[in-house]
Structures are given as structure tokens and as C-alpha cells.
Design a protein around this ligand. Structure first.
Ligand SMILES: [Zn+2]
Length: 231
């Protein structure tokens, strides 16, 4: 079922949204939206059930019961993720006129982590783990719902350098990304939650290559020196 469009607030405001791993979505306003998946208790129950399933004899009644319990838990997680995407997308579509997100090909990312036999992917385990987290975080569903609820108001921004660029001064340096969670600019010292910093770059449409490449859906400042002047 396709949800009804939500009318734009008409306030001229733009928001950037970054998909996080620790948080489900960071807004350029500084808000962090967390998805509620399974609780710690439910996750440990899931692990127990999976061990039980591995031990249960094929075709046994016990195996059937364990499978059903696992399916119920998974359904609960899916429901929560869907519910989150519905609420978050309505909230964002109501508050902002223009919504900018990274253009991520989620399915391709999952597939490409493994690489090919000729060109095997590096850090495959790590990448698959990260990609699985992204899928689980409901990002794909959130973006789909945003496009349905805010038709014509969602722009996809090329993701290059969004996490390495300082949203205050425009400097691009991978060293500024101190950790998964923290950003501290090596040029100007601006410090911020790393996902929020990326969301601000996405909001500004600054997600261009350092050499001023394209890939953006509408004209924005493409030259890093222009960004510096306007900062
Ligand atoms: Zn800076």
C-alpha cells in the first residue's frame, strides 16, 4: 500500500539525513533517530532458539516449535522496523520542504562486499557485517517512504566524502573522522557527532568529489574553495 503524500510545511527548510550504524538516521538538525529492533533480552532468546534448532532432529515436533518461535521473533523485529520507518518518514516530511539523502545502492553494497573470484573484496566479513546493519536499520524502507510521502521533495546526493568533509569549513580529511561516532576537523577543530556532520554535508549538497565532480541532482556549489568562501 502506498501512503498518502504529506503536505510540505512551506518553511523553506532543507534537512540532510545520514544513515548511521550506531543510530538509524542522523538529521542535520542534530537529531538522532533510533530504531527499536529486538531488545537485548529478545536477542539472547533468539540465539538460544537458534542453538536449539541446530540440535533438534529433522521433522521432529520440537523442531517445528522452535522454528515457529524464531519466526515470531523475526516478525516482531520487522514490525518494529516498519513502524519506525512510517513514523520517522511522516515526521520528516511534515517538518522540512526539501529532504536530502545519500544515494546508496543498498542491494549492490551487500552483493559487492564479497567481490568476484577475480577480484575478491577486502575486509569481506567486516563489510558484510556493516551492510547487514544498514539493511536492518530500515534505511531502505525509510527512503522509500520519504519518496512516497514527500514526492518531488527528496533529493539523492552522491555519498562521496560526506563523512570526511568538515561541515563547518569544508576541509576534506579522512583523519577528521576520529572514530565511528566522532568527527573532529583537523583544520578548524570543529567537533561533532560524525553522523550529524555527514548529515549537514548532505543537507548542504556538499557531497561532491574534492575535484569538483558531479553526480548531484541539482546544481550546487561544486568547488571546495567556494565552500570555504561561503563558510
Ligand atoms: Zn573544519
Amino acid at each position: 500500500m502506498i501512503p498518502e503524500p504529506v503536505s510540505a510545511p512551506g518553511n523553506g527548510q532543507t534537512v540532510g539525513i545520514d544513515r548511521g550504524v550506531a543510530v538509524s538516521a542522523a538529521l542535520s538538525t542534530g537529531e538522532l533517530l533510533r530504531i527499536s529492533g529486538l531488545t537485548a533480552r529478545e536477542r539472547s532468546r533468539m540465539r538460544r532458539l537458534e542453538r536449539k534448532l541446530a540440535r533438534a532432529r529433522r521433522g521432529s515436533n520440537r523442531r517445528g516449535r522452535v522454528r515457529l518461535a524464531i519466526a515470531r521473533l523475526k516478525a516482531r523485529e520487522t514490525d518494529r522496523r516498519k513502524d519506525w520507518a512510517e513514523k520517522a518518514s511522516t515526521y520528516i516530511a511534515r517538518r522540512f520542504d526539501l529532504i536530502r539523502v545519500e544515494n546508496l545502492q543498498i542491494k549492490n553494497m551487500t552483493r559487492s562486499a564479497r567481490g568476484t573470484p577475480q577480484n575478491p573484496g577486502r575486509n569481506v566479513g567486516q563489510k558484510i557485517g556493516l551492510n547487514r546493519e544498514i539493511l536492518r536499520s530500515g534505511w531502505g524502507l525509510l527512503v522509500r517512504r520519504l519518496e512516497q510521502k514527500a514526492p518531488g521533495r527528496v533529493e539523492k546526493i552522491r555519498p562521496a566524502f560526506t563523512s570526511q568533509r568538515c561541515s563547518a569549513c569544508g576541509q576534506v580529511d579522512p583523519k577528521s573522522r576520529e572514530s565511528q561516532a566522532d568527527f573532529r576537523c583537523t583544520a578548524c577543530g570543529y567537533a561533532c557527532n560524525a553522523d550529524v556532520n555527514a548529515a549537514r554535508n548532505i543537507a548542504a549538497g556538499h557531497a561532491v568529489t574534492a575535484r569538483g565532480g558531479g553526480g548531484i541532482t541539482r546544481p550546487v556549489n561544486r568547488e571546495p574553495h567556494l565552500l570555504l568562501q561561503s563558510a
